[in-house]
Design a protein around this ligand. Sequence first.
Ligand SMILES: Nc1ncnc2c1ncn2[C@@H]1O[C@H](COP(=O)(O)OP(=O)(O)O)[C@@H](O)[C@H]1O
Ligand SMILES: [Mg+2]
Length: 235
Amino acid sequence: MALLELRGVAKVYQQGRIAVPALRGIDLEVEAGEFVAIFGPSGSGKTTLLNLIGCLDKPTAGTLVFDGVELIGLDQKGLAKVRRENIGFIFQSYNLIPVLTAYENVEFAIRLLNRHDKRELRERVMEMLAAVGLEGLENRKPNELSGGQKQRVAIARALVKEPKLVLADEPTANLDSKTSEEVLEVMVKMNKELGTTFIFSTHDPRVMEYAARLVEIRDGLISSDRRRDGAVVSH
Ligand SMILES: Nc1ncnc2c1ncn2[C@@H]1O[C@H](COP(=O)(O)OP(=O)(O)O)[C@@H](O)[C@H]1O
Ligand SMILES: [Mg+2]
């Protein structure tokens, strides 16, 4: 069974009296452990698609099944639970809490789940910060870190709760090309080491290179879907 299965997913935004169709029937299956890039021009529907997969919004039509659970049937509380426990987010603008240190930003994401005692919690957070290459920078606040370092904190924060899926919406859009590649390398490493499924959006061809599968979206529809080896994924 696929980790994620979308069938006929559509999203129409209502802007006053104008209906804006953002997604027009997306069929997509993603297996556990995949590392997928969603690419397409600005306005093609990437953010909308990631928001639906991430339970941040509901589709106008179609079905989404995540880890065997039909998301359409869940209320806000149910969606929030799926999101909190099983999905990590990485954003273009990092979205770190400015008054918290790197350590505290990561700890915050897992503390509420009550899975660990105090000592375990500390070990886990330190381990995760080291894994993304931030050893020694635990006590810095976001404004004392570079863009690339901030995004590493965000990756650690997304992964510390061991989610099944990490969604990253244009995670390198604010970074220079060298730093972008470093951030992608960290994501690839975590995908390999932890087996976490990653779906990220981008329109940077250099960043796409890192994906094992490339899903192209145009005008709210998938226009191509292929694996790194060139194999076309059928829909
Ligand atoms: N909250 C919203 N209200 C109305 N229209 C929206 C909203 N969010 C996105 N859209 C529209 O939906 C389409 C897809 O947007 P989006 O998913 O943000 O694309 P991308 O992330 O690929 O740039 C665009 O036409 C955009 O203007
Ligand atoms: Mg977007």
